[in-house]
Design a protein around this ligand. Structure first.
Ligand SMILES: Cc1cc2nc3c(=O)[nH]c(=O)nc-3n(C[C@H](O)[C@H](O)[C@H](O)COP(=O)(O)O)c2cc1C
Length: 227
């Protein structure tokens, strides 16, 4: 392994994607520590550093995967939400972007749009962290507001880019919030923290097919106001 010396920031940004197939190759503790030490330099309003990250590998991660998998098999209902993942009515253009993403994601797996069961099966790979041997769970204090949630997002992106510099890939996973109680059983976080998301971490299994997600044209999301 070793750091990819030639990976510049642009390459880290454009080579990052939500990887949903990992090999079981071990991720060394020193790499995890190096990445998380550097990511601590992420910016945050008034330097609050509102992120609380838990990193799981080995037995504890296997236990979490087992417990989550058992809940799926048992048809256990999801835990009540601590935050809404999306607005209940997604308006345009977000609605179209979400449906384009679903198309890309499931067509890569050869799953038809209306095959709800196959989609559920594919989604349940979340609970195996897509085979990853390491995972990060990011919490935030319940008292924190929207600016601090944005800080946490910046932190997580920094973590993901640094993993690219280490030759690793990742997949952020809000899905874990629906099994947050199971995550808490394994991690025992202090009271008062809300689980924002998990993140699978590892080496990509290049045999797993994917379709690269697209992006809106620049003019849809950026306005230049020139003098
Ligand atoms: C906060 C956050 C939560 C996400 N949650 C999930 C998830 O639970 N499961 C999943 O497979 N992908 C998840 N994703 C990945 C997104 O689907 C992905 O980032 C998006 O479609 C863009 O694709 P790309 O990351 O491959 O460029 C999440 C991404 C973010 C930023």
């Amino acid at each position: 392994m070793g750091r990819q010396a030639m990976l510049n920031v642009y390459e880290a940004v454009t080579s990052r994607r939500a990887v949903r197939g990992f090999t079981d190759r071990h991720v060394p503790r020193e790499v995890l520590e190096r990445v998380l030490s550097a990511a601590a330099w992420s910016p945050s309003g008034s330097n609050l550093q509102p992120w609380h990250a838990y990193v799981l590998t080995g037995g504890p991660l296997a236990e979490l995967k087992k417990r989550a998998g058992a809940r799926v098999v048992a048809g256990d209902p999801w835990d009540e939400r601590e935050y809404e993942m999306y607005p209940p009515e997604l308006k345009s253009p977000y609605r179209e972007r979400r449906s384009a993403f679903g198309q890309e994601r499931y067509s890569a797996l050869g799953i038809a749009r209306e095959d709800w069961e196959a989609r559920q099966r594919a989604a349940s790979a979340n609970w195996d962290c897509f085979g990853a041997p390491a995972a990060l769970f990011c919490y935030i204090d319940r008292d924190m507001g929207r600016p601090q949630w944005a800080d946490v997002g910046m932190y997580l992106q920094t973590v993901m880019l640094l993993f690219r510099a280490e030759g690793l890939h990742s997949c952020p996973q809000m899905a874990w919030s629906v099994y947050r109680k199971t995550v808490a059983e394994v991690l025992s976080p202090p009271d008062g923290l809300v689980l924002f998301c998990g993140m699978s971490i590892g080496f990509e299994d290049v045999t797993v097919g994917y379709v690269r997600t697209g992006r809106a044209p620049l003019a849809e999301t950026v306005t230049f106001v020139d003098g």
